[in-house]
Design a protein around this ligand. Structure first.
Ligand code: NAD
Length: 381
């Protein structure tokens, strides 16, 4: 058993509500520890909430559906797919009844189906706003994959639809519920290592598949910065415990035939009111998966950090106790947390407001690249 395992097992033995980072108690970062169904809504108390996955591509197939076999507070109740063959395969594999299978033409009929409490939008980025808003109009709670929308304006429309429907929205930010990342946020935002001085964050890999929606400017929204930028932005602003006020960004493209109208790599520097700075890199051509922070009294690193297929590893100038993950599927804790937020009618940690902030920063990154200079970041609804 290595040091990390000892640390994690020690943490599990010492489990209790007191270990939850304060300030996060209104939501449910670690649902299996925080579950308090005493105050749950009576009609929801004794049942798992039904989730309908919309879009049965890679992420639904490899991560979300298997995770929904492990969740305690929600389960895979329905699917929305445009491919009849997939409908049959998923129905057989996950015992989904015919009445809970929809396509994109019948999507709005979800409103008449009491089996479905949560619609989980796992579609290409350009479809997030439309299907989330239609799901709210059908009276459902929504989880929307990242990035929440193509820009801040879309996010604001989604928030308005949520508020009008009186439902809840979670962005598919699995790392908001991941123990190494929760620990980093706690250490940084509480100043456990003194003031934050400098942070670096990067996520990138090779995405050399011509014709896919991720490389289409209108469908992906702008390449790696849209797909991967939210992870880098969240890690630095949440560790800093403050919002950056300005950004300088640079875009690079060594293969304009493949990356048409989008940047293959984007680097950007954020400045914070406290004087802290961060440098972030997103790339569709170079592998990187790391968060690093230098503070007055030490440093902290998560490496690997963001990729759903890898196990985050936190280390630093001090040893920190990190809780054991509840599952190898990070989305399990995320989805269970949302189900409990609905049952207990409490605030969502990975909220739509968090998604909006990240798109406001990404909008500013794009403006900075277009203008070739540092720009102020505009927040608010
Ligand atoms: P994918 O291309 O594998 O799947 C997309 C699905 O949407 C496919 O089933 C496709 O048939 C369907 N679809 C419906 N209408 C479409 C249209 N008009 N054009 C293209 N596809 C259409 O993509 P993915 O990797 O599963 O990503 C889906 C979403 O999930 C993206 O927003 C992505 O950012 C997000 N994602 C999140 C994570 C995470 O860790 N949170 C990981 C991977 C992907």
């Amino acid at each position: 058993m290595d040091r990390r395992e000892v640390l994690k097992k020690g943490a599990v033995l010492a489990l209790g509500g007191s270990l939850l980072p304060s300030g996060l108690l209104s939501a449910s970062p670690l649902p299996h520890l925080a579950a308090d169904l005493q105050c749950a809504r009576p009609s929801l108390q004794n049942r798992k909430l039904g989730v309908a996955l919309v879009g049965l591509g890679n992420y639904s197939t490899r991560q979300l559906a298997p995770a929904l076999l492990e969740t305690e507070h929600c389960y895979l109740a329905g699917i929305v797919t445009g491919t009849p063959q997939k409908a049959k395969e998923w129905s057989d594999k996950y015992s989904i009844p015919e009445k809970n299978i929809y396509n994109y033409q019948t999507f709005d009929r979800l409103r008449d189906n009491p089996d479905i409490d949560i619609v989980y939008v796992v579609l290409p980025n350009f479809m997030h706003a439309e299907y989330s808003i239609r799901a709210f109009e059908a009276g459902k709670h929504v989880i929307c994959e990242k990035p929440m929308g193509l820009d801040a304006d879309e996010c604001k429309r989604m928030l308005a639809a949520r508020d009008k429907a009186g439902k809840k929205l979670q962005v598919g930010y699995r790392l908001y519920y991941q123990p190494d990342h929760l620990k980093a946020v706690e250490v940084g935002s509480k100043g456990r290592l003194g003031k934050t001085k400098m942070m670096e964050s990067g996520l990138g890999f090779r995405m050399a598949v011509p014709g896919i929606w991720r490389l289409d400017k209108n469908k992906g929204g702008g390449g790696a910065i849209m797909d991967l930028g939210v992870y880098c932005i969240q890690s630095v602003r949440r560790f800093a415990g403050e919002l950056p006020r300005s950004v300088s960004a640079q875009g690079y493209n060594t293969n304009p035939d493949l990356f048409r109208g989008i940047y293959e790599t984007v680097t950007f520097q954020l400045r914070y009111p406290s004087g802290a700075i961060s440098n972030c890199t997103t790339s569709y051509n170079a592998y990187v998966d790391r968060f690093y922070a230098a503070c007055e009294k030490g440093w902290l690193e998560i490496n690997p950090s963001f990729n759903a297929g890898r196990v985050p590893d936190l280390k630093g100038s001090e040893e920190w106790t990190v809780d054991a993950p509840v599952s190898s599927y990070q989305s399990m804790a995320q989805m269970d947390a949302f189900a409990l937020d609905i049952k207990n009618d409490r605030m969502v940690l990975a909220s739509g407001e968090e998604g909006l902030i990240d798109l406001q920063i990404i909008d500013a990154v794009k403006q900075s690249m277009a203008r070739g200079k540092e720009v102020e970041i505009i927040y608010g609804r």
